[in-house]
Ligand binder design. Structure first.
Ligand code: FAD
Length: 471
């Protein structure tokens, strides 16, 4: 038996059940990564995530090489590439980690079909999530649309059935001809951006997890909303590309509580956030159209503004609202943004600028290292009040008050918006009160109070129009 393991976004060796399954093949295994031509075309070219992916693939390649396994790089359509490689290397079975985005489900069905025609076995395994969308259901077998009961069911299942992490498998590589590119040059960029990337290998991600659980998790429940503190794990890019499995995260967090019970509250809250990630994956798997339109039918016909200047100011961090601008500049410079600030900037785009949430979703997706179809869509539909268990439509963040509450000393905004350096403490959140001190910083592009009223009117109009059609 000869096996092929297809690496996609579970780019690690440890706790990788699909890889471990391939490793059991007595005749040896080959590994492949495919630069999917459709996904590349959809992203419209190089994004910071590609730069990060390249670094991860280089690390993975050398880890595999040390164990005698060559990582084959190909580009094209997986349903064509994989059968071809299978005939080249006389492969009997192909393994991969299940993925649940609408595109992935469709692509994997196509590959499975192509392999079935050639009598090649497909073996897939769960490890992108602790529990997938088929495992956490209401009593009548339906997907949850509200998070709290989902979480209760999720956590109860964790207690009933503690998952186990898979040990590092012993690998035996198949001989692979070296005519395929040795390096992920298929993802090569003409102009690599100057982002300071997080660790790109599984050992680095595991170290970051240990440090977080050792030093930070105890205060996580209190500090997680503070962008001025290093209060969260920053593991989202590692989870996005599977440098760590969520199962490893949860098991390590439970161990950390066993070692020190004062971490209980923070660790439980953190596990709860991991479950949000799974909730959004489940929502998208059961509502594939959410990637194109609002889940709530009442909000499918909101009147959006066509405002290229407003959009540009938002994208560049030049709206005149410090917390919004700090977040947008952090995103451009680092490929990451704090969760509280993501909520604030998303609310600002949708409810102050009245720009369609899908435009913001796309901008985030292009710039985030952790850009993930389900969590990104879930976050945007939450902020726009259009998703499952979303913010109610009348919840409109006041960006100034949010800044003062969650960045009380102004440290976060001064760090990302140097024009505000001369404004001490929380005065940095109100530069319009001392304009001479905020040299070069723009005026506010909209009046929040006016836009709040307008947003409420637009949302109400959409609801009423929907009701009228329904009756
Ligand atoms: C508009 C918007 C867009 C977002 N887009 C993405 C995205 O594309 N990819 C992404 O991973 N997260 C996204 N999030 C969720 C969240 O902001 C990030 O997961 C979090 O900021 C990552 O930082 P961290 O690793 O320090 O999180 P921690 O607080 O340490 O949480 C641990 C892990 O839990 C998960 N998590 C935490 N909060 C959420 C959440 N609200 N929703 C889903 N998962 C969560 C992440 O995997 C995170 O790494 C978005 C949120 C909003 C409001």
């Amino acid at each position: 038996m000869r096996s092929l393991h297809w690496f996609r976004n579970d780019l690690r060796l440890r706790d990788n059940p699909a890889l471990a399954d391939s490793a059991r093949a007595s005749g040896g295994l080959a590994a492949i990564f495919i630069v999917d031509s459709k996904l590349m075309a959809a992203s419209g070219g190089e994004t910071p995530r590609h730069q990060f992916l390249r670094a991860i693939l280089e690390s993975l390649q050398s880890e595999l090489q040390e164990r005698g396994v060559t990582l084959i790089f190909k580009s094209g359509q997986p349903s064509k590439v994989i059968p071809k490689i299978c005939s080249e290397y006389k492969i009997d079975q192909v393994t991969w980690t299940e993925d649940y985005s609408p595109y992935s489900i469709h692509r994997d069905d196509q590959v499975t079909e192509a392999l079935r025609d050639r009598a090649i076995q497909v073996r897939t395994h769960k490890s992108r999530v602790v529990f997938d969308y088929r495992e956490i259901l209401t009593q009548d077998g339906r997907p949850f649309s509200v998070y709290t009961p989902y979480w209760k069911r999720w956590y109860a299942r964790l207690e009933e059935q503690a998952p186990k992490a898979k040990p590092l498998p012993r690998l035996k590589g198949l001989p692979v001809s070296q005519d395929s590119p040795k390096q992920p040059s298929l993802l090569a960029s003409a102009h690599a951006s100057a982002l300071d990337l997080p660790s790109s290998n599984e050992k680095g991600a595991a170290r970051r997890l240990d440090q977080f659980l050792e030093r930070t998790v105890g205060l996580y429940a209190a500090d997680r909303d503070r962008p001025d503190l290093d209060g969260t794990s920053r593991l989202s890019p590692a989870l996005r590309f599977g440098l760590l499995s969520p199962r490893q995260c949860v098991l390590r967090a439970l161990d950390a509580v066993r070692d020190d019970s004062s971490r209980q509250e923070g660790a439980t809250k953190w596990i709860n956030e991991i479950a949000w990630r799974e909730f959004y994956a489940a929502v998208l798997a059961s509502h594939p159209s959410a990637s194109r339109r609002s889940i709530q039918p009442a909000y499918r016909k909101i009147e959006w503004n066509d405002d290229p200047n407003g959009l540009k100011a938002w994208q560049e961090g030049m709206t005149g609202y410090p917390i919004v601008d700090a977040g947008m500049r952090q995103l451009l410079r680092t490929g990451w943004m704090h969760n509280r600030v993501r909520m604030i900037v998303a609310s600002f785009l949708v409810k102050d600028l009245l720009i369609d949430w899908r435009i913001g979703e796309r901008h985030f997706f292009n710039h985030l290292l952790d850009g993930d179809p389900a969590s990104n869509n879930g976050g945007w539909q939450w902020a726009a009040s259009t998703g499952h268990d979303a913010a109610p439509y009348f919840r409109i963040f006041n960006p100034t008050r949010q800044g003062e509450r969650f960045d009380p000393n102004g440290d976060y905004v001064r760090h990302w918006v140097p024009e505000l350096e001369a404004l001490a403490g929380s005065a940095a959140h109100r530069p319009w009160e001392t304009p001479l001190m905020a040299g070069g910083y723009p005026e506010r592009i909209v009046d929040h109070a006016e836009r709040r009223t307008l947003a409420l009117d637009r949302y109400k109009a959409a609801r009423e129009a929907h009701k009228a059609i329904g009756t």
